[in-house]
Design a protein around this ligand. Structure first.
Ligand code: GLU
Length: 329
């Protein structure tokens, strides 16, 4: 068990070369716009780009600004869901939140017409429900619980950006409205305001591309942080979380994501994406320009390219990757 060192970065020059190649191919793409509906997010430098791979054997490879902090935003939903599954058990969680892709935008004010529950834990309605459940379980200690668990997954202490949290809270009326509707349909049973407030804080946790890669590697390693050896999440909660990330993790682009990238991931409007290659690696990307659906443009391009170059799609039929297949006819 050791802290990652610079040496880790050069352990496998082939992976680092592939990562650098992806970086070089994607850096020129300046499509998209930085999120501005939360004023503090609009201050992000649109040109920043960081890319990291953390393996389940504990190695870390990164290029670009992989140490730059930004807020986790919706990527937090996956980890909070994992925690709720563990605390309450899947049956209880499923009573409150479904697992079907909604096909709607992340902040849509819409519930499953058959069940009156939020469609899934990756849209705001489902995520606010999950966070409310965590608050019910831990009371005022819920933020500490979230921070501790996220930090254990990343392998370093994470903190909330106060500026982003305040900005979110100020611009958060839509999420408050969703919170009250959730109470109205019985998805949230406790008080609404503290739950939504906790959700704003959870979204404002600062991470880097390296952190996202390590957090994703913890999921890839069936809940055990590969560097510290700590069992952060239970095996069964990880399985359910990865399933939801695969079907619903990239907003209303999730179907295309499965097609083109082909492994579970969660994106956030801060510009991060965390991807999980089961039993192999976590991938973290940061680039704040977003497409109209809210996914990082360069991030999506980088994931597609990495999936291709390393043959990571779950239905990949060769160990050598599709690029190899193409070149070998
Ligand atoms: N805090 C953001 C919101 O609820 C998270 C959105 C996201 O990253 O998709 O509006």
């Amino acid at each position: 068990m050791h802290a990652p060192t610079a040496q880790d970065l050069s352990k496998n020059s082939e992976i680092l070369e592939i990562l650098s190649g992806v970086y070089d191919r994607v850096i020129g793409n300046s499509d998209g716009t930085v999120a501005n509906y939360i004023p503090e997010l609009a201050k992000a430098d649109p040109d920043k780009f960081g890319l990291a791979i953390a393996t389940t054997t504990g190695a870390l490879y990164s290029v670009g600004q992989a140490e730059l902090e930004f807020t986790i935003q919706s990527i937090s939903k996956a980890f909070a869901y994992c925690m709720a599954l563990e605390i309450y058990g899947r049956e209880k969680v499923f009573e409150h939140v479904g697992v079907e892709p909604s096909g709607d935008a992340f902040n849509a004010i819409v519930f499953d017409p058959h069940t009156n529950r939020p469609f899934n834990p990756m849209v705001n309605a489902g995520a606010i429900t999950v966070t409310a459940m965590l608050r019910e379980a831990a009371g005022d200690g819920a933020l500490r619980l979230l921070l501790d668990r996220f930090s254990d997954a990343a392998g370093r202490p994470l903190v909330v950006s106060d500026a982003v949290y305040r900005s979110e809270a100020e611009a958060g009326d839509r999420n408050r409205a969703i919170g009250y509707l959730l109470r109205n349909v019985g998805a949230i049973t406790g008080p609404c305001e503290p739950a939504v407030d906790l959700y704003f804080q959870q979204c404002s946790i600062l991470v880097t591309a390296n952190d996202l890669a390590r957090m994703a590697a913890t999921l890839a390693n069936i809940g055990q942080n590969p560097v510290t050896g700590k069992q952060v999440f239970s095996v069964s909660a990880v399985r359910d979380t990865l399933s939801a990330m695969l079907s619903c993790g990239t907003y209303d682009y999730s179907g295309n994501w499965i097609l083109d990238v082909g492994f579970p991931a969660k994106s956030g409007v801060g510009g991060g994406i965390a991807g999980v290659v089961n039993r192999q690696m976590g991938i973290g990307v940061y680039s704040p320009r977003l497409d109209p659906k809210g996914n990082s443009v360069r991030g999506t391009a980088a994931f597609r390219q990495l999936s291709d170059d390393l043959g990571l799609h779950i239905f990949e039929w060769s160990n050598y990757g599709s690029q190899y297949l193409r070149s070998s006819g």
